[in-house]
Write a protein that binds this ligand. Structure first.
Ligand code: 8V3
Ligand code: ZN
Ligand code: ZN
Length: 523
C-alpha cells in the first residue's frame, strides 16, 4: 500500500517534470532571442530538475534560518548574540559549498544612550577565481526587523509555516530567502558535480536593518582586495510590483533622517498646575512637523525640489509599460484612496520624487488613558526619501533653515535642536549595462516573460557605495512578490518565488558566461 503510493508519487513527479521540461524546451525554442538555446540548455534543465526535486530541502534550510531571531533593530545583548549565531551558521553553510570564508570582525556600536554593543561580523566568501570566468558578487543581509506574534502575526514569526504555498516567517523574503536562493543555486551545481559557470563572491552582513553599520568602511578597505576581480554586484533585497510578474530594479531612493527636539525642561509638567502659562514643547513640535508638507503630500521646505531630475520622455514610456493593477494594489494595501489617481503618477511619486514621512514623537504621551501631562521635552522624527540628483548636505541645510524659520515665528521660549542622524544616498543604474541584459534573459528563461523594469522607493544604503567605491555595475534582481510584507506582520515568501528564484540565479550565472563569450568573439 505504502509502496504503491510512493510509486504513484514518483510517477506523478516524473509526469510533472516531463511537463516542466517540455514547457522549458518550448520556451527556449520560442524565445529565439534567448541565448540559452544551446549548448547550456541541457545543463540548465538538469539544474532545474534538481531544484524541483530538492525543494523541500531548500525550504527546510530556510526554516532553520528563520528560526534564528537575528533582529538588529532592537539594541539588546541577547539579540546581538542571535546575530552572531546567524552569521556563524551562514559561514558554515558557505564552507559546506566549498567557499573560502572569512568572518570580518566589525567592532562595536556606540548607542545614543551610552551603551556599547558588538557588531556582528561581515562574511566575505569566495568560490573560484578562474580568470576566464566572470566574477559575480552577491550582497545580502541576514538580520531582520523585529517581530512578535502578539503584534498581529497569525503564526509564530520565527517558525517558518507554509500555508497555500506561502512560507510565513520573519526574514522569509527580507532577506534570508533570497540569500538562500543564491546559495541553493551554487549548491545545485556542486551537488550535480557541474563546474560553477562563474566565480562567485558573497558579502553578507548582519546590520542592514540598522543602517549597514560598519559595512561602508569594509567595502572601502577591500576595494583592491576582495572586490578587485568583481565584474558586477547583484542584490536581491527588493520586491516585484506584481504577485506574478518578475521585475528588475534600476533605482532606489536614498533617505535623510531627522530628529527635531523641542525642550522646556527634562521633567514633565501637570497640566492643571502649569497649563496656561507655558510655551508647550509638544505644541511647538506639532507646528514644526505640520509645516513640513501640505495635505497633498507636497514638501513645503523651500528649494527641496530644485535638484530633482526632470522626467524624460523615455522614462514616461517605461512607466506606462509597467503592469500594475491599481485596483488590486489599492485593495491589497487596504488604502481607499491614494494621493494620485494614475499608475504613472503613483509609481513616480514612489520611486522618482522625494517624499517626507513623519515617523513618531519620543517623549509624547502615547500610552492609552487620559494622563493630564505636559511633556517637558519631545523629539519628533521624520525622514525625506531622496532621489537623483538631490544632495544630502544641501537637503540638511534646507531642512534646518526651514525649521528654524518656523520655530522663530512662534516666539517660543523653548529650545529647538535639529539633527540629521542618517544620510543615505539614492542609487540609479545604467540599464544598458550588459548585466541587465543577462538578468532579463535569465528571467525570460525561468518565467517565460519579460520583467517589469522598475525602481524601489525604499533604500538599499550600500548600493551607491558599491557603485562609487568599487565602480562596478550594481544589479538589483528581486525575488519576492509585491505582497510579501517585508517589515510587516505575516512576512512571507511564496514557495514558487523561492524555488524559481533559485533557478533564476542559476540561469543568470549561465547568461553571464554567455555575455562574456559574445563579447569575446565580437571584433
Ligand atoms: C534603515 N534605514 C533608514 N532609512 C532607510 C533605511 C533602509 C531601509 N531599507 C529597506 O527597507 C530595504 C528594503 N528592501 C529603508 O528603506 O527604510
Ligand atoms: Zn532587506
Ligand atoms: Zn528590511
Amino acid at each position: 500500500m505504502l509502496q504503491a503510493s510512493v510509486y504513484e508519487l514518483f510517477a506523478w513527479t516524473c509526469f510533472c517534470m516531463d511537463i516542466r521540461i517540455t514547457v522549458l524546451a518550448l520556451l527556449l525554442l520560442l524565445g529565439g532571442m534567448s541565448s540559452l538555446s544551446s549548448p547550456q540548455a541541457p545543463l540548465l534543465e538538469k539544474v532545474f530538475r534538481y531544484m524541483d526535486l530538492h525543494q523541500d530541502e531548500f525550504v527546510q534550510r530556510l526554516r532553520e534560518w528563520v528560526a534564528i531571531e537575528s533582529d538588529s533593530v532592537q539594541p539588546v545583548p541577547r539579540l546581538r548574540q542571535e546575530l552572531f549565531r546567524m552569521m556563524a551558521l551562514a559561514a558554515e553553510e558557505l564552507r559546506g559549498l566549498g567557499a573560502s570564508v572569512s568572518l570580518v570582525g566589525s567592532g562595536s556600536q556606540q548607542l545614543p544612550d551610552g551603551q556599547t554593543l558588538p557588531i556582528p561580523p561581515i562574511i566575505l566568501a569566495e568560490l573560484g577565481d578562474e580568470p576566464e570566468k566572470p566574477t559575480v558578487c552577491f550582497y545580502g543581509h541576514l538580520d531582520v526587523q523585529p517581530a512578535a506574534q502578539a503584534n498581529g502575526w497569525l503564526t509564530d514569526p520565527y517558525t517558518l509555516t507554509e500555508v497555500d504555498g506561502k512560507l510565513y516567517g520573519r526574514g522569509a523574503t527580507d532577506n534570508k530567502g533570497p540569500v538562500l536562493a543564491w546559495m541553493n543555486a551554487v549548491g545545485t551545481f556542486r551537488a550535480l558535480e557541474e563546474d560553477l559557470p562563474v566565480n562567485i563572491k558573497f558579502i553578507l552582513e548582519g546590520m542592514e536593518e540598522a543602517g549597514s553599520v560598519a559595512l561602508k568602511e569594509l567595502v572601502a578597505r577591500e576595494k583592491d582586495g576582495f572586490f578587485s576581480s568583481v565584474d558586477c554586484i547583484v542584490i536581491s533585497d527588493n520586491l516585484w510590483v506584481s504577485q506574478r510578474r518578475p521585475a528588475l530594479i534600476y533605482g532606489t531612493r536614498g533617505n535623510s533622517y531627522f530628529m527635531v527636539e523641542v525642550r522646556c525642561r527634562d521633567q514633565d509638567f501637570h497640566s492643571g498646575t502649569f497649563g496656561g502659562i507655558l510655551h508647550e514643547p509638544m505644541a511647538d513640535l506639532v507646528a514644526l512637523l505640520g509645516s513640513l508638507t501640505d495635505s497633498s503630500g507636497r514638501i513645503l521646505i523651500p528649494g527641496i525640489y530644485d535638484h530633482v531630475a526632470p522626467v524624460t520622455e523615455e522614462e514616461r514610456d517605461m512607466y506606462s509599460a509597467i503592469e500594475l493593477d491599481l485596483e488590486e494594489y489599492r485593495n491589497s494595501s487596504q488604502v481607499k484612496t491614494f494621493l494620485f489617481d494614475t499608475k504613472e503618477e503613483i509609481l513616480m511619486h514612489l520611486w522618482r520624487y522625494p517624499s517626507l514621512s513623519i515617523h513618531g514623537i519620543e517623549g509624547a504621551f502615547d500610552e492609552p488613558g487620559t494622563k493630564t501631562v505636559i511633556p517637558g521635552r519631545v523629539t519628533g522624527k521624520f525622514s525625506i526619501r531622496l532621489v537623483p540628483h538631490m544632495n544630502l548636505s544641501v537637503v540638511e541645510k534646507q531642512v534646518k533653515q526651514h525649521l528654524q524659520y518656523i520655530f522663530a515665528q512662534r516666539n517660543s521660549s523653548n529650545q529647538m535642536a535639529v539633527s540629521m542622524v542618517l544620510g543615505l544616498h539614492p542609487w540609479i543604474a545604467n540599464i544598458k549595462d550588459p548585466q541587465y541584459l543577462a538578468a532579463e534573459r535569465a528571467i525570460k528563461t525561468v518565467f517565460g516573460t519579460e520583467p517589469d523594469m522598475i525602481r524601489d522607493g525604499s533604500t538599499i544604503p550600500i548600493a551607491k557605495t558599491f557603485q562609487d567605491i568599487i565602480q562596478k555595475s550594481v544589479v538589483m534582481l528581486p525575488l519576492g512578490a509585491v505582497d510579501d510584507g517585508e517589515h510587516s506582520q505575516n512576512e512571507k515568501i511564496n514557495r514558487r518565488n523561492y524555488i524559481e528564484g533559485s533557478k533564476l540565479v542559476a540561469a543568470f550565472f549561465l547568461e553571464m558566461v554567455q555575455l562574456q563569450e559574445v563579447a569575446g568573439t565580437s571584433p
